[in-house]
Design a protein around this ligand. Structure first.
Ligand code: GDP
Ligand code: MG
Length: 455
C-alpha cells in the first residue's frame, strides 16, 4: 500500500479554458475538504460538485470558482481515492491551487506517477502503462489505434498465452525430474509446444518493422544535383509552397522539411541542397547537411533531370547513395520537357518514375510507389493483429525467441531435462519483462520517467 498522497497539474501548461489539478491517495478527500466549500456537505463517489477554493491561512482568500470530481477507490485511474479540481485555465490560477493542495498535505507527483500507481496497484500491467505514453504521443491514427489496443490488453493477452504454454511445459519437465517413476517426459510433444510458442513470438517480432514505421513515421530525403527540381518535388508532395524554387542552381542551402500523410503513415520529406562540387562556403555547408539527411533517411528519392544529359555529378551521387544501403526510388523530373536523359543501366531505366513537379504530373504514382515500399502488408485490413512498436518489447521478445531456439536445440540434441528448463525459464522471464511480471525497479523507474507530469 502506497502511503502518501500525490498531486499535479494534469492539463498542459499555458492558457486554456480549464485547468485540472489531480490528487490521488488516501488523503485526497481530506486535502480537498480543507480548501473547498460547496453547498453539499456529504460527498458521494463519482459525482461532480460545484463550489469555491479558499486559502484558510490567508484569511479565507478566494482562489477560484471550480468543479470538483470525486472518485473513491477502487474504481479509479490509480485504484486510490482520486480528486480532480477543474478550475479556470491559465498559469496563475492553476499553479495557485496546486500550491494550496501541496500546502494541505499532498506531495508533488513525479512524472508518470499516477500511471505508475495504476500499475503498482495492479489495475494495468506494464505494457498497458506504456500504451498510455504512446497514446499521448501518437502522431497519427494508426499509432493511436495500436496504442489503444495495447492499453486494452491485446499485447498482454498474447504474451500471457505464450507464458502459460511455457509454464505448462516447465511443469511437465519438473514433474519428470521430481517423480521419474510416475512421469515420463514426451519430448516430441514438448518440442512441438515450444515450436508453436517460438513461431508465435517470431510473428510478433516480424511486425516490429511495420510497428516502427507506424509509430515513428518515415524519413524521405530528396537527393540530386542542383536544379533538377528537388524543392519543386517537396512542394508538389506537400501541396505547399514551402521551399524556394528558382532557376538559379544552389538555391536551397538549409534542409527544409514537410510532413505528409502516406496511407495513414506520417512521412517527413526532407529537401536538401543539390550535391555537386563547389567552392561556395555556404553551399558546401548545405551539402554537408544533405549528407547527414541521407544517413538518417529511410528512403532516398533520387532525382534526375529528364531535360538534361546524364553527367558525372549524377554518376558520383548514385554511387554514394548506393554505398549507404538504403531504399532508393529513382525519379526523373521535368518529364514535360524534351528528353535528354538517357541512362545506360537498363534496370535503372526501367525503374525510373517519370514526373513533372511543376505540372503536377505523376506525383500520385510516386506516392503510391512509396506507399507500397513501406506498407506491403496492408495494415488497414489487419485490424486484429498485434504490432510491436516499442523497442523495449522488441528486445525482450527477441531474447525470449533466442532462448526458445536454444531450448529446441537442447531437445534435439537429447540433452537432460534440467538443461531444457534453464533456457525455457529464461524465455519465460524475458516475456515477463514486457508485462512487468519479471522486471527490475530500475527499468520501471526509467519507463515512467518518460511520462509527462500529471499522467
Ligand atoms: N519544366 C519544368 N521545370 C521544372 C520542373 N520542376 C522544377 N522545374 C524548374 O527547375 C528549376 C529548379 O527547380 P528547383 O525545385 O529549385 O530545383 P532544386 O535545385 O533541385 O531544388 C526551377 O526553375 C523550376 O521552376 C518540372 O517538372 N518541369
Ligand atoms: Mg532546391
Amino acid at each position: 500500500m502506497i502511503e502518501d498522497t500525490i498531486a499535479a497539474i494534469a492539463t498542459p501548461i499555458g492558457t486554456g479554458g480549464i485547468g485540472i489539478i489531480r490528487i490521488s491517495g488516501t488523503d485526497a478527500l481530506n486535502v480537498l475538504k480543507k480548501i473547498f466549500r460547496s453547498r453539499e456537505k456529504n460527498f458521494v463517489s463519482h459525482k461532480i460538485y460545484y463550489g469555491f477554493i479558499f486559502d484558510a491561512e490567508k484569511n479565507n482568500l478566494l482562489l477560484d470558482e471550480v468543479l470538483v470530481m470525486i472518485m473513491l477507490a477502487p474504481r479509479t485511474y490509480t485504484r486510490e481515492d482520486v480528486v480532480e479540481i477543474n478550475c479556470h485555465g491559465g498559469l496563475v490560477c492553476v499553479n495557485k491551487i496546486l500550491d494550496l493542495v501541496l500546502k494541505n498535505g499532498a506531495r508533488l507527483a513525479e512524472p508518470g506517477e499516477f500511471t505508475k500507481r495504476a500499475y503498482l496497484n495492479g489495475r494495468i500491467d506494464l505494457s498497458q502503462a506504456e500504451a498510455v505514453i504512446d497514446i499521448i504521443n501518437a502522431q497519427n491514427n494508426f499509432a493511436n489505434d495500436i496504442a489503444l489496443k495495447q492499453l486494452k490488453g491485446k499485447l498482454s493477452q498474447e504474451i500471457n498465452l505464450c507464458m502459460i504454454k511455457i509454464l505448462d511445459v516447465l511443469g511437465q519437465i519438473e514433474a519428470a525430474i521430481d517423480y521419474p517413476e510416475e512421469y515420463e517426459i514426451k519430448t516430441q510433444d514438448i518440442y512441438l509446444d515450444i515450436l508453436k510458442v517460438a513461431e508465435q513470438i517470431k510473428k510478433m517480432l516480424d511486425s516490429s518493422d511495420v510497428g516502427e514505421i507506424i509509430k515513428n513515421g518515415i524519413n524521405i530525403a530528396i537527393i540530386g544535383k542542383p536544379n533538377v527540381g528537388k524543392s519543386s518535388i517537396l512542394n508538389a508532395l506537400s501541396k505547399k509552397d514551402s521551399a524556394i524554387v528558382t532557376e538559379i542552381a544552389g538555391t536551397t542551402r538549409d534542409v527544409i522539411h514537410e510532413f505528409i500523410n502516406i496511407g495513414g503513415v506520417t512521412a517527413k520529406i526532407l529537401d536538401t541542397a543539390g550535391i555537386h562540387k563547389t567552392e561556395d562556403k555556404i553551399e558546401n555547408l548545405g551539402i554537408q547537411k544533405a549528407f547527414d539527411c541521407l544517413k538518417m533517411a529511410d528512403l532516398i528519392l533520387f532525382v534526375f533531370d529528364w531535360s538534361r544529359e546524364f553527367d558525372i555529378d549524377d554518376k558520383n551521387l548514385i554511387d554514394m547513395c548506393k554505398k549507404n544501403d538504403k531504399k532508393i526510388l529513382f525519379v526523373a523530373n521535368k518529364f514535360d520537357l524534351e528528353q535528354k536523359l538517357f541512362l545506360e543501366e537498363k534496370d535503372l531505366n526501367e525503374e525510373l518514375i517519370k514526373i513533372s513537379a511543376q505540372k503536377n504530373l505523376g506525383i500520385e504514382d510516386l506516392v503510391n510507389k512509396i506507399k507500397s515500399l513501406f506498407l506491403e502488408k496492408n495494415i488497414l485490413d489487419k485490424n486484429d493483429e498485434v504490432y510491436i512498436c516499442n523497442k523495449r518489447h522488441e528486445s525482450a521478445l527477441r531474447k525470449a525467441y533466442e532462448s526458445l531456439l536454444k531450448t529446441l536445440e537442447t531437445i534435439k540434441n537429447k540433452m537432460p531435462c534440467d538443461l531444457i528448463s534453464i533456457d525455457l525459464r529464461d524465455a519465460y522471464d524475458f516475456l515477463g519483462e514486457i508485462t512487468g511480471e519479471s522486471v527490475s525497479d530500475k527499468i520501471i523507474d526509467e519507463i515512467f520517467s518518460k511520462y509527462c507530469v500529471g499522467k
